[in-house]
Design a protein around this ligand. Structure first.
Ligand code: FUB
Ligand code: ZN
Length: 676
């Protein structure tokens, strides 16, 4: 690791996003998702599974008042499995019990995080007041000792931390800390931050390397990166050390999770790899393959990357790099989706990337973006930003409808609605987006990511601003005791022209621009006016800046047919269409039924056209293809000699993958046969 290359994200307070494309997404989050989510958290959305989230906080608060706040000291855990979800017997008569998933508290935490980010871009006194009142409710639930997880406050604190593997307390803490930090950074209000700190202190007194402390670690990771965030906001070293402890302890033998004894829970790990589902099968430095639950995995790797950077830990960094390369080269869909199997919502074996039974959970792609940004913080290498961009424009955006009102949890690359309804192996694949989910992890995760998109686009160090993503914005960068003002205009993802206005007179300012992996040949205007170096896919520009410099750079976007590694059985003989960072797909609406009968012609021309889908402007692409006559197969029976099939020439119409399923239920396909 070379510390001179390190960089950190800019504060969202120093960035104003003006980008046509992303601003639109952020406005959907602000106007649609955040208000809708608040209603969902309060069980006020008809026809949608209640969250019980705010209700649980209120009940925990009420119990605090009635029974007093109970403390608990660490005792060796004695496992009793209480299930993940508890539902009322009679939904019309709710009792003072905990309802919902064990991690229901995180619905609030992700909401407050998105609210915080949104307030940095769009101050809103009313929303802030609502958020403050929600924070009051949550803080009322906190115990005197700092403990704050409603599941155990309501069900009895004698059982706390008794099922780290499955019961998500440290996951709830992690989301709380992330939300609290975001809200504090946006508003300067520290009530929730203090609550998160007190919970962190409690956890710190319970877990750790010292004698007498619990040697467990989170079953669902996130606390690792959240503790680092808490460290960065508060400067308290103990939070970084606790994060490092969780990272180091993971996977050591004897396995901590064995101690918890859970006779009635099935270990979902691949055969022979105990606790791989939780990435606890090996110490993290020995892990070479990304395995298990995909969201958990990338959250862990993000935490590992944070610790590696802050502790300057080379071998941890190398482990992160190995895991990164393993994901990207063997286990990632072209959309940036990860998680090839719904069994355990997990990574499958290398190159097993089925299109129609894919899991590719929205949260997992979001976690991949977290991991990518953290790798970039250690080393500006376009390979990380390329994946970040791929996931953002494709496998993450597909998670939300163009109107921001419905969501995908699972992001398949091929859908036949009949199969989703009739084939049990595909029941997890929904042909249309859902309004909400009982396990509502994905929509709020999209909300928090999109509303903080600026912190993924740029990072900085003393003298350099790194532009990882071309997102129109105005930002300020500190250089010593001076400031550089930068204004970026881009028409991504439709056009690769980028203009950057720089006001950086008398500063040692360097602009590091990523050359996207999909771009064959960038064009920089007035090249001779800069000192230019190029390293790991970044172009470093410096010059004697003035008060009004303009950098014009263009990354021509060509439509291209892409093929997949021959190791992926599913995609042999097939091609997918990409233009710039956008992956395209065929939809039944444009191409008729039975998309599997279509083929693309390899020597095709591409026609790019503007189009409206659900009121949103996209670019569709038409190309030359052919359709096999449907009657060839059913009428002649199942089998016939090669060469007897007939085809007709057709024009294939592709739309961006993220925009599919916005015109009702219909077939969709990313990978299409190539006519040889
Ligand atoms: O377990 C909490 C969240 O629920 C996970 O991150 C998602 O995959 C879903 O299982
Ligand atoms: Zn999710």
């Amino acid at each position: 690791m070379d510390k001179n290359q390190f960089s950190t994200p800019l504060s969202l307070r120093n960035i104003q996003i003006s980008d046509t494309f992303w601003k639109n997404e952020m406005e959907l989050v602000r106007k649609e998702v955040i208000p809708y989510q608040w209603e969902a958290l309060n069980d006020r959305v008809e026809g949608v599974a209640p969250s019980y989230c705010m209700r649980n906080f209120k009940i925990a608060g009420k119990m605090n008042k009635e029974k007093g706040r109970l403390g608990a000291a660490y005792v060796e855990p004695k496992y009793t499995f209480r299930g993940f979800e508890s539902l009322p017997e009679d939904p019309d008569h709710l009792e003072d019990k905990f309802y919902g998933f064990v991690f229901q508290d995180t619905d609030f935490s992700k909401w407050i995080e998105a609210v915080g980010y949104s307030l940095t871009q769009h101050p809103d006194a009313e929303l802030e007041k609502l958020a403050d009142s929600a924070i009051d409710i949550v803080c009322e639930a906190q115990q005197e000792d700092g403990y704050l997880d409603t599941y155990y406050i309501i069900n009895g604190k004698d059982m706390i931390f008794s099922n780290l593997r499955d019961h998500h307390e440290l996951y709830c803490f992690g989301h709380l800390a992330e939300g609290a930090a975001a809200y504090y950074q946006a508003t300067g209000k520290d009530k929730l931050l203090k609550a998160a700190e007190r919970f962190a202190d409690y956890i710190d007194s319970y877990f750790g390397p010292e004698d007498g402390k619990c040697k467990g670690y989170p079953g669902h990771e996130i606390a690792e990166m959240a503790l680092v965030r808490l460290y960065e906001v508060t400067g308290k070293q103990k939070y970084l050390d606790l994060s490092a402890f969780f990272v180091e302890e993971r996977g050591k033998k004897p396995y901590y999770f064995d101690k918890e004894e859970h006779p009635d829970v099935v270990d979902k790990s691949p055969e022979g790899i105990r606790y791989a589902y939780n990435q606890a099968h090996l110490p993290v430095r020995e892990q070479k393959e990304a395995v298990g639950h995909a969201v958990r995995a990338v959250y862990l790797y993000s935490g590992m990357a944070d610790v590696a950077r802050l502790k300057n830990d080379d071998s941890l960094y190398e482990a992160c790099e190995r895991l990164w390369d393993n994901i990207v080269n063997q286990k990632m869909y072209i959309t940036g989706g990860i998680g090839g199997t719904h069994i355990g919502e997990a990574f499958s074996f290398p190159y097993d990337l089925p299109n129609d039974t894919a899991y590719a959970e929205t949260c997992a792609s979001i976690g991949l973006v977290f991991f990518a940004r953290r790798m970039l913080e250690m080393k500006p290498d376009a390979k990380y930003a390329d994946v970040m961009e791929r996931a953002l424009y494709n496998g993450i955006l597909s998670g939300m409808a163009l109107d921001g009102k419905s969501f995908f949890y699972v992001n398949p690359l091929e859908v036949n609605p009949e199969a989703c309804h009739k084939d049990e192996r595909k029941f997890h694949v929904k042909p249309v987006r859902q309004k909400w989910f009982g396990c509502a992890c994905c929509p709020p995760n999209i909300a928090r990511l999109l509303s903080s998109i600026g912190s993924y686009a740029y990072t900085e160090n003393d003298d350099t601003l790194f532009v990882h993503l071309y997102i129109g914005s105005t930002l300020t960068k500190k250089i010593g005791d001076r400031e550089a003002d930068i204004n970026i205009t881009s028409q991504f993802p439709w056009n690769g022209d980028v203009q950057i206005k720089v006001r950086a007179k008398d500063t040692g300012f360097k602009l590091a621009l990523r050359i996207p992996g999909w771009c064959d040949n960038y064009q920089l205007a007035d090249e001779e006016s800069y000192e230019i170096t190029q390293k790991n896919g970044y172009l470093y520009l410096s010059k004697a800046w003035t008060e009004e410099d303009v950098v014009d750079i263009s990354f021509p976007m060509r439509a291209r047919l892409m093929v997949c590694s021959a190791a992926v059985r599913e995609n042999i003989g097939k091609a997918a269409l990409m233009r710039g960072p956008v992956v395209y797909c065929l939809e039944e609406k444009d191409n008729g039924k039975n998309l599997h009968l279509l083929s693309v012609k390899p020597d095709t021309t591409f026609t790019v056209m503007e189009e409206q889908i659900a009121g949103t402007t996209i670019r569709k692409i038409q190309l030359n293809g052919s359709r096999m006559a449907a009657e060839d197969t059913p009428c002649n029976g199942l089998y016939s000699p090669l060469g007897t099939e007939t085809r007709e020439d057709v024009t294939l119409t592709y739309i961006p993958y993220y925009a599919w399923a916005n015109r009702g239920e219909n077939e969709m396909q990313v990978w299409t046969s190539v006519l040889q």
